[in-house]
Design a protein around this ligand. Structure first.
Ligand code: ATP
Length: 315
């Protein structure tokens, strides 16, 4: 596998009408989960990617599996659990840029993931292990699983890529900060947002934040800065790579996952860092133009098209 990722995916319901969700009578049904979004993004760009997780042996679990299988994500490591359900959540768009999220994931099948579920051989063959700060927030056994996956992947020379993906709804701030910092220390590449950097270090300057993450042990830090693009830092260089101007942002959620997929895709293709960040910016921008977390994830020709436009062209 080029990339292996690990985490929970759920079925997501969104009301088709505006207003409070209590009054809604129709919903759209989609699949969502940060890590599987990244997996779909990479698969659409032509890379070999596997997703490790647990699903309930129920209709929603089958929906998640079918969707990822249809996207060419390797699901050979997915385990069905007959004792626990697949997690679901609801998205209630209240007004522009303000969406409320209601999780029904406590005790879900994915939250029962444990280190013994990991296939050592499978992890050892991954060039990159992609992990996020969502998984350790799900349960103690999930936290142990993430750190065991890191250990196994590192033992075999895989590069660890970490997106903090802070979810304050899932855990208390102190435990979150402590765990995310521990994960950052284990990672080779860190992909935080500025707000996450601020949460972890009380600093919002991208250059200073880059240096702080590097001091923790990361070799590459790429700070996501929304429409502005992203700022990358290594020991030797750092630069802001501007984002692609988007005329109308339809749905910004999932841009960060698209960014991770674009960046890893660039690295897998042997691009230099600045160019990989540029590809990441392109994928992130394309995701914001379409409703849904994975619906906007582009195929390779769409990314090429955007990259070949003049930089000032608005898409
Ligand atoms: P998410 O909402 O998925 O968690 P995030 O907070 O991790 O996202 P953002 O900085 O919002 O990350 O977006 C990731 C990347 O997507 C940005 O670095 C940029 O490349 C691209 N992007 C996001 N918003 C825009 C925008 N409005 N215009 C152009 N590009 C954007």
């Amino acid at each position: 596998m080029d990339v292996v990722t690990l985490g929970e995916s759920m079925v997501v319901f969104t009301p088709t009408s505006d207003g409070f969700m209590r009054n809604a009578s129709q919903f759209t049904k989609k699949i969502g989960g940060a890590e599987s979004n990244v997996a779909v993004g990479l698969a659409r760009l032509g890379h070999k990617v596997g997703w490790i997780s647990k699903l309930g042996n129920d209709e929603f679990g089958k929906a998640v599996l079918a969707s990822l299988k249809g996207e060419n994500v390797d699901i050979s490591q997915v385990i069905f659990d007959s004792e626990a359900p697949t997690g679901i959540y609801f998205k209630e768009p209240r007004r522009q840029n303000s969406t409320r999220v209601y999780y029904y994931r406590k005790g879900s099948a994915a939250s029962k993931l444990s280190p013994t579920d990991l296939n050592h051989d499978y992890l050892s063959k991954a060039k990159y292990l992609h992990i996020t700060g969502i998984t350790p927030a799900l349960s103690e056994s999930c936290k142990e699983t993430v750190f065991e996956a890191i250990r196994l992947a590192k033992e075999n020379g895989s590069t660890i890529v970490f997106d903090p993906n802070l979810r304050t709804k899932l855990w208390d701030e102190e435990t979150a900060r402590d765990t995310l910092l521990k994960m950052a220390k284990e990672a080779d590449i860190v992909l935080p947002g500025i707000a996450e950097g601020e949460f972890l270090f009380g600093e919002s300057d991208p250059h200073k934040l880059g240096q702080l993450f590097l001091a923790q042990g990361a070799k590459v830090v790429v700070l996501k800065m929304g429409a502005e693009g992203a700022y990358f830092s290594t020991e030797k260089e750092s630069a802001l790579i501007p984002g692609f101007p988007v005329k109308q942002v339809v749905d910004p959620v999932g841009a960060g996952d698209g960014f991770a997929a674009g960046f890893l895709s660039g690295l897998l293709d042997g691009l230099e860092l600045g160019k990989a960040v540029e590809r990441a910016n392109a994928v992130g921008a394309l995701v914001t133009m379409v409703n849904g977390d994975v619906d906007g994830l582009p195929e390779r020709d769409e990314v090429e098209q955007l990259l070949n436009k003049n930089s000032e062209d608005v898409v």
